[in-house]
Unconditional design. Structure first.
Length: 301
């Protein structure tokens, strides 16, 4: 198959279903050799099923593409290491890592169990850090060996819940905000090896969101709408775009602008807490308001 990712080797985590599956299929259609990772568990992360990754591999092979399955748990660092090693041993290298695997265990903070907190933080944050850590080690060695920029790509998956905030998802949103920060920081670290790092905050009708969205949105918000951006970011054509978070879904692509310093006040000596009542409300009134779940302010900008 030929396309903008021809001959590139890509790993997609959580690619047995939903968004990851759509990314893997489109990467393969655009010529990439794909390692399709999926543990095959339920939406809350329980259980496993090797069939999920294998089915996507068979779809890619049937369409004339190249793919192999991997069923490691991405949050297990030994599994993450095996995943990166498998790409290198099967396809001779690694150009693209798409960290996409995810689970949900929504609960308000007053009721949050330790288990639900840890499970969500583990899959999203450890499950992004682990594969990245071993890919980064591989890319560093290759960059030092070749003496030229690699053109490698890391694409993470955050969420509106993490970058804007959503009721009932403090575990998931904290993990996804962490992934947005991880994106910015790893872009700084890996740039010297010729690796760009970006994240997508997708909106798509999948088993994770089917209870939150009306069924009539299924086609308009199909995961396939998110994959073209992921595949372009995975290609050599996206050189120069790094450290960015994209809000994407249903044909819309936006750039999510990050935290930035707003109005400030300074004094040379210590602030007295008792005087801040005359300072802080004014400062907050001058600052841009927090955005809503769609990333927009009440004024609509
Ligand atoms: N669907 C949306 O609107 C939406 C919105 C924001 C963010 N996201 C994020 O997009 C990503 C994909 O979600 P989706 O909606 O396609 O859900 P999905 O449930 O259809 O797919 C997620 C896949 O990840 C796999 N997975 C879970 N834990 C794993 C682990 N430890 N190791 C390997 N694989 C594992 C699951 O088996 C599943 O196939 C997630 O990170 C999710 O948080 C989705």
């Amino acid at each position: 198959m030929s396309g903008i990712c021809e001959g590139r080797v890509a790993i997609v985590t959580g690619a047995g279903r939903g968004l990851g599956r759509a990314h893997a299929l489109e990467l393969a259609r655009q010529g990439a050799h794909v390692v399709v990772n999926d543990l095959g568990g339920a939406t809350d992360g329980t259980g496993s099923d090797a069939g999920a990754a294998q089915l996507v591999v068979e779809e890619i092979l049937a369409a004339g593409g190249k793919a192999v399955a991997n069923t490691d748990d991405v949050a297990d660092w030994a599994g993450a290491r095996r995943l990166v090693e498998q790409a290198v041993s099967e396809f001779g290298g690694l150009d693209v890592l798409v960290n996409n695997a995810g689970i949900l265990r929504d609960q308000t903070i007053a009721s949050m169990t330790e288990e639900n907190w840890d499970a969500v933080i583990r899959v999203h944050l450890r499950g992004t850090a682990g594969p990245t850590r071993f890919a980064a080690e591989y890319w560093r060695a290759r960059a030092k060996g070749s003496g030229r920029p690699l053109g490698a790509r890391l694409i993470n998956t955050t969420s509106a819940s993490g970058i804007y905030g959503n009721f009932g998802q403090s575990n998931y949103g904290a993990a996804k905000a962490g992934i947005a920060a991880f994106t910015v920081i790893t872009a700084l670290e890996l740039g010297r090896y010729g690796v760009t790092v970006n994240a997508v905050a997708p909106a798509a009708f999948t088993r994770l969101t089917e209870n939150l969205m009306p069924a009539e949105h299924a086609a308009a918000l199909a995961p396939e709408h998110v994959s073209p951006l992921v595949v372009w970011l995975a290609s050599a054509e996206s050189d120069g775009v790094t450290g960015r978070v994209f809000d994407v879904g249903g044909g819309r692509i936006g750039v999510a602008e990050g935290w930035r310093l707003g109005p400030e006040v300074t004094r040379q000596d210590l602030w007295d807490a008792a005087e801040l009542g005359r300072v802080i409300p004014d400062l907050v009134a001058k600052a841009a308001p927090n955005v809503d779940m769609l990333g927009r302010t009440p004024a609509g900008d």
